[in-house]
Each structure stands twice: as structure tokens, then as C-alpha cells.
Write a protein that binds this ligand. Structure first.
Ligand SMILES: *Cc1c(COP(=O)(O)O)cnc(C)c1O
Length: 298
């Protein structure tokens, strides 16, 4: 049994045809890669990015430390996996939620995760080599996993999102935050296929550089990032996005949240209306999950 099977991660995730009554949608074929359905707790692309860490029962980490905010899908997925696998896990959380823990943090606590609330100043140093060395000295046995699970090791896991299914497509769409997911998708494309990332935060140029750092030298010009759909920035949203998400659920039973997937499907609707895709284009939208992060505070 693989570790993924042991954790009941249901792979491959389903691909569903999506036929919204949006202007322009009738001219293309839309498919959704439902990575939100791989597990009731472990969020889609966060499993993809972590899967390399848990690939082999003989090389499991002895202990894990990682970083995230109070709603982090990454800490949530990692916390669940560590609890199931009996791996001690310390979550370094940005800010102090000790008086008002979010649903995500309440889950971590119930799974026996050690939560360390750190100041924004300390959190800011999460990629600083000197800081990481001192952390490693404090936790000599620990594998330190970067925020979001975003590291080169994550790409092979993300590639599986495309490689595991037979679905043919011309354009794949996904959200972009740290860029590892888009980079993983790009590196699984054939030269004729194209990746379209939807920026979920403000970062023209910056987000492209994040993606590029993960791509092999000279690799791949068949991708781009759309920057018009961040709705004000990371985790920002507005009444238009909220209404769109509610309608998507009512009309199509498509579960979306405002931080990632809501922005991607909102973008899709606008791009279709603008005739951005040639007639007959096969679009594959990766639903990366993240629904736990949308739970309201208790
Ligand atoms: C973290 C996350 C993303 C962003 O992925 P990156 O690899 O950081 O770009 C997208 N969707 C969901 C649901 C996420 O939790």
C-alpha cells in the first residue's frame, strides 16, 4: 500500500465536463480537473505539492516544521497527514491567534500539532538561510518544509495532476500564488499546450519570476499569467466575487471559495465573454481545492 492509499487520497481525481450558460462558453469545451475531491480534509494541490515528501514509507521525515497563515490550506493538509502518519509536526503560524483560533488552527490542535505563533517580523524571515539554520539547530531531526509546500520537490507531484489522466486539452488554467503549482503544470505540458495562470494576488512580474525560478533553464514559453482577477489582493474579495461563487453553487453545484478557485472561474467567465479562446478550444480548469479555508470562524 502506498502512503497516499494509506491516507485515503483518491487518485486519479475526476475530470468533469462543465457547461455553464455563460456567453462564449458554447464555443469551447470546458473540463474541470476536480482536485478538490481527492480527500475530505487534504486540499487538492497541497497534497500534490507534499506527495514527494510522503512518496516512500522508508524515507518518511522523522519530524516536520512548516510555515503558514491562520487559514493555511498547506498547514491543514500537512497537519492531517502528519497526524495520520505519526510524524511530529510543528506549525509556525504568522500572527497570534491563541485567543481566537481559526477553524483551521482548531483542527491542527485537535490533531496534536504543535502550534507556534510567531511575530510578523519572524515570519518574514521564513526563507532567510541564517534563520533556517538556527531553526534547524533547534530541531535537528526535522525536515523544514517551506510555506505552501512550495519547493522544487513539489513539481513532480503537481505534474501528476496532468499526467494521471487521459484528458486531452489545449489550455490548462490554475490559480497562482507561490507559483509552484503553475510551474508543475507547465513542466507537464506538450509544446502545443498552453498554461494560463490566474494571479490571486497583486504581482505583475513578481509572480512570473516566482514561476520561472522553478522552470529548467530555457524552458517553456507556452504559459502566461492573467493579472486582472485578483479582486484587490491575496484573500481579498468583493461582493461581485461572492455573488459569483454563490451562483456557481446554486446553478452548477460547483463548490468554490474566494481565495483561489473562485477567482479562476470568475476569470474564465470574463475571458469567455471576451472571446479570448479560439472556437473549439479544449480548456482544462484545475480546481485546486482549498474549501476548508473558507470556513467561517466559530
Ligand atoms: C495554495 C493554493 C494555491 C496556490 O498554489 P501555488 O502553488 O502557491 O501557486 C491554489 N489553490 C489552492 C486551493 C491553494 O490552497
Amino acid at each position: 500500500m502506498t502512503i497516499a492509499q494509506h491516507l485515503n487520497i483518491a487518485l486519479p481525481s475526476p475530470v468533469q465536463r462543465f457547461k455553464p450558460d455563460w456567453p462564449g462558453a458554447e464555443k469551447v469545451n470546458i473540463y474541470i480537473k476536480r482536485d478538490d475531491l481527492i480527500h475530505p480534509v487534504v486540499s487538492g494541490n497541497k497534497w500534490r505539492k507534499l506527495s514527494g515528501l510522503f512518496a516512500n514509507a522508508d524515507t518518511l521525515p522523522r519530524e516536520i516544521i512548516s510555515f503558514g497563515g491562520g487559514f493555511s490550506n498547506h498547514l491543514h493538509a500537512l497537519g492531517y497527514c502528519c497526524a495520520q502518519l505519526n510524524i511530529p509536526f510543528t506549525a509556525m503560524v504568522r500572527g497570534d491567534y491563541s485567543l481566537h483560533p481559526t477553524p483551521m488552527l482548531q483542527d491542527l490542535a485537535s490533531w496534536g500539532v504543535t502550534i507556534r505563533y510567531i511575530t510578523k517580523l519572524e515570519y518574514h524571515r521564513r526563507h532567510d538561510p541564517a534563520y533556517l539554520t538556527s531553526l534547524q539547530n533547534l530541531y535537528p531531526l526535522a525536515t523544514i518544509v517551506p510555506e505552501g509546500g512550495t519547493q522544487q520537490l513539489a513539481l513532480a507531484g503537481v505534474q501528476q495532476t496532468l499526467l494521471e489522466s487521459q484528458q486531452t486539452f489545449d489550455v490548462v488554467m490554475s490559480p497562482v500564488a507561490s507559483g509552484a503549482t503553475l510551474a508543475g503544470l507547465i513542466t507537464a505540458l506538450t509544446p502545443k499546450q498552453h498554461a494560463l495562470g490566474i494571479a490571486v494576488l497583486k504581482g505583475v512580474g513578481y509572480l512570473e519570476s516566482l514561476v520561472e525560478q522553478f522552470l529548467p533553464e530555457g524552458c517553456c514559453s507556452n504559459w502566461q499569467i492573467e493579472h486582472a482577477f485578483h479582486h484587490g489582493g491575496y484573500a481579498k474579495s468583493g461582493s461581485e466575487l461572492t455573488a459569483f461563487i454563490n451562483t456557481a453553487w446554486e446553478r452548477y453545484q460547483l463548490p468554490l471559495e474566494p481565495v483561489y478557485s473562485g477567482k479562476v472561474f470568475f476569470a474564465l467567465k470574463v475571458l469567455l465573454a471576451q472571446n479570448k479562446f479560439a472556437e473549439g478550444t479544449n480548456l482544462l480548469i484545475v480546481h485546486t481545492g482549498g474549501l476548508q479555508g473558507a470556513r467561517k470562524d466559530a
